[in-house]
Design a protein around this ligand. Structure first.
Ligand code: ATP
Ligand code: MG
Length: 386
């Protein structure tokens, strides 16, 4: 009798002619995540199975698979040959103390000689005999013992389904460029779009020495945390000091924040486009801060001339975002007190409803093209790998 891990990816993308593309991508993502661990990953009808692993590695394998988008649930199961004696032996080992239970048999192999309801009664009887304190409850059991008789002549017995993240396999929707600050929101935004199948690249604007080396390190740490969900991330670090100094010198205080944002968006859009990304992702959220009014977002949005901008957090409350950040493990890092470049030269009264005409007039004092090209030419690239 051997232990295996069953991986279910549900039926969310079972439809359509692209099905194999989704399944293949998920298979490769799992393979890559488990690289370096001794095991065998195989496919059967609508499932993947991890087998031949060392029992010491089991928890690590489970934790890794739980973070992979596209996986709906997993179970640790006993695998046996599909024959009645083998199944009975496996069921004899089941321990159920003081709990109600039911047995649920799925007979995918219609050649197996005993029908599901009959087998359920027989196996339920055996469990009752061996567990005097247990009781059958077919409507609302505390434990369900699953017995799956599959077409590959193998039977799987298990009772726990570990719910996973669901979503779509990373890479099936192309690649998005995440504007990653050191804050709470943007790592969550990246997590959410990766869940819909986007592979993630990230871009960070850094204003050394106004912002510290630690602020940059914090962003690298955040990328290292979200890579556990998104897979490998290429991180583009853009030197932003000169641009911010020029804006500070030449533009009205009240429009500085808006103009800074417009530069970020324009650079992100250009870098993303030339690196085969199909979209931009921000952690913007309506009304959260002065620059995130409808007018603020509109004026920033104009600078994304090539790509669509996804803002998955636009309608979330801060507490809801923080809760996700805690769940995915970014919160503790995000709240470390290192300044983001947005807080450099912060004006006393930023305009909350910046008029686009006035913003553009202000920008005329700047040599935008030179500043943008100079920043792009000096980008530092880091590959954040699993
Ligand atoms: P976050 O918590 O993600 O920092 P925030 O609430 O602080 O968000 P803002 O500072 O207004 O909001 O930033 C809005 C969005 O702009 C961020 O979510 C991020 O996508 C992007 N952004 C802000 N600063 C930077 C930066 N230094 N580098 C890259 N992107 C940034
Ligand atoms: Mg921020």
């Amino acid at each position: 009798m051997k232990e295996v891990i069953l991986i279910r990816f549900g039926e969310i993308f079972l439809k359509g002619k692209n099905y194999m593309f989704f399944e293949n991508t998920l298979f490769k993502n799992i393979q890559r995540r488990l690289r370096g661990v001794n095991l065998k990953l195989t496919r059967t009808e609508g499932r993947f199975i991890v087998e031949n692993f060392n029992l010491d590695d089991k928890q690590q394998i489970i934790s890794s698979i739980k973070n992979i988008f596209g996986v709906v649930s997993i179970s640790v199961a006993r695998e046996i040959e599909s024959n009645i004696n083998g199944i009975v032996d496996a069921i004899k080992n089941i321990k159920i103390n003081n709990q109600t239970f039911k047995v649920e048999v799925k007979r995918a192999d219609k050649k197996f000689p005993v029908k599901s309801p009959e087998l359920e009664r027989k196996l339920g009887g055996i469990i009752l005999d061996n567990n005097k304190t247990s009781k059958v409850d077919v409507h609302n059991p505390q434990k369900v013992v699953f017995v799956e008789i599959r077409q590959n002549k193998k039977t799987y017995v298990y009772y726990d389904k570990i719910e996973c993240l669901g979503g779509m396999p990373v890479g099936t929707a192309g690649e998005g460029m995440l504007l990653l600050s050191g804050g709470i929101d943007s790592p969550v935004a990246g997590f959410m779009m990766a869940k819909r199948g986007l592979k993630i690249s990230a871009i960070h604007f850094h204003s050394y020495p106004y912002t510290s080396e630690q602020a940059k390190q914090k962003v690298i740490t955040l990328a290292n945390i979200i890579k556990n969900y998104t897979g490998d991330i290429r991180l583009y670090i853009v030197p932003f000091t000169k641009i911010q100094e020029e804006i500070h010198k030449n533009c009205d205080d009240e429009f500085m924040v808006t103009i800074v944002r417009r530069f970020m968006m324009e650079i992100a859009d250009k870098v993303a486009k030339s690196n085969n990304c199909n979209s931009l992702i921000t952690g913007e959220n309506l009304g959260q801060v002065a620059s995130q009014t409808v007018e603020g977002i509109t004026s920033t949005n104009k600078m994304a001339q090539n790509l669509v901008v996804f803002r998955p957090l636009i309608a979330f409350d801060k507490v809801e975002i923080a809760r996700i950040a805690e769940k995915i493990g970014t919160y503790e890092t995000s709240i470390l007190p290192y300044e983001d470049c947005c807080s450099v030269f912060l004006p006393k009264r930023p305009s909350t409803h910046p008029s686009l005409d006035k913003v553009k007039k202000n920008e005329e004092h700047l040599n935008r093209e030179f500043l943008i090209n100079d920043a792009i030419n000096n980008i530092e690239i880091l590959d954040i790998k699993l």
